[in-house]
Design a protein around this ligand. Structure first.
Ligand SMILES: Nc1ncnc2c1ncn2[C@@H]1O[C@H](COP(=O)(O)OP(=O)(O)O)[C@@H](O)[C@H]1O
Ligand SMILES: [Mg+2]
Length: 306
């Protein structure tokens, strides 16, 4: 079962530029979560903070009782092994085969034999539906397959936490739908905690158990899909509905002006679409059972958790 991550009061800036501040959220163990946000809101920066590649100035990131923001190098090294990351561009080496790309972390960071590596690589390629593409170069396969290769590489260390940076970027709606299904299927099979950052509305509406949104340097709500998908918070409702009418404008600068006019929007609630189920033949997602009680309790008191 995946590991829970508690983010508390996290703030990150570069020099005088504040990227986001006071971000708090809990990623429940083994659940699928999506963090939405328009381009440039610091989604990639957030993921890099979670894996310890960037250091936030304030706040805590608790994983297994250790604060990633304040731990020793050896603790950080140990925690890093819990994570698998699918970077935004897939981050594959163009000059080596898909097989060698996926084997790379094992050859670099473990003492596994080539026979063991072959078993793991084939296993992960199978898991992401990439069997048969071993000898291709990244440039010879489609964008969707490159994402799958990046995902297979993120899986070779058997991570408890998988972070995906815009897995849909550059994909058409059909390939995006396939990738969404793959992430749900993966969750059913390995029960890892998964966080996907994206600005894709259909991914946000169909994939996650939990949903949050970064906007104007803040986290605007984070919680179970049942609550966020029916949120009357104008920013969330506008983004999920994909409307022009609302506080989000053409640019961040104009948003500040629009925000001053707050309260004048018609709040059309986006409809709740059903969450994707694992493909036939796959196990039931463990997270579904685990979260039932928690979400029922939240709905009962009508609280929108932050
Ligand atoms: N290493 C860095 N140094 C300075 N500024 C950075 C760095 N990484 C990202 N930024 C800035 O942080 C902001 C958010 O970037 P990013 O996380 O890539 O946004 P998103 O992924 O949501 O599109 C951007 O303004 C970007 O220029
Ligand atoms: Mg990004």
């Amino acid at each position: 079962m995946g590991v829970q991550i508690d983010v508390q009061g996290l703030s990150k800036s570069f020099g005088r530029q504040t990227i986001w501040q006071d971000v708090s959220m809990t990623l429940p163990a083994g659940e699928l979560s999506v963090l939405l946000g328009p381009s440039g809101t610091g989604k990639s920066v957030f993921l890099k903070c979670l894996v310890g590649l960037l250091r936030p100035e304030h706040g805590r990131i608790m994983v297994n009782g250790v604060d990633l923001c304040r731990c020793t190098e050896s603790e950080r090294y140990q925690l890093r092994k819990l994570f698998g990351v699918l970077f935004q561009d897939g981050a594959l080496f163009g000059s080596i085969t898909v097989y060698d790309n996926i084997a790379f972390p094992l050859r670099e960071h473990t003492r596994r034999t080539e026979a063991e590596i072959r078993r793991v690589v084939h296993d992960k390629m199978e898991l992401v539906g990439l069997a048969g593409a071993e000898h291709k170069l990244p440039g010879e396969i489609s964008g969707g397959m490159r994402k799958r290769a990046g995902l297979a590489r993120a899986l070779v260390g058997d991570p408890e936490i998988i972070l995906c940076d815009e897995p849909d970027s550059g994909l058409d709606p059909v390939r995006t739908a396939y990738l969404s299904q793959l992430l749900v299927d993966l969750n059913a099979q390995i029960d890892a905690t998964i966080l996907i950052v994206t600005h894709n509305i259909s991914v946000a509406r169909t994939v996650p158990d939990n949903l949050g949104m970064l906007y104007r340097r803040r986290l605007v709500g984070f919680g179970p899909r049942e609550i966020l998908l029916t949120s009357e918070e104008p920013v969330i409702a506008q983004f999920l509905g994909g409307h022009r009418h609302g506080p989000i404008g053409m640019s961040e600068e104009k948003d500040a002006v629009l925000a001053a006019a707050e309260g004048t929007w018609t709040r059309t609630l986006p409809e709740i679409v059903p969450q994707l189920e694992p493909s036939p033949g796959l196990p039931v997602r463990q997270a579904v059972r685990r979260r039932q009680e928690r979400v029922r309790a939240m709905l009962a008191v009508g609280s929108v958790p932050r």
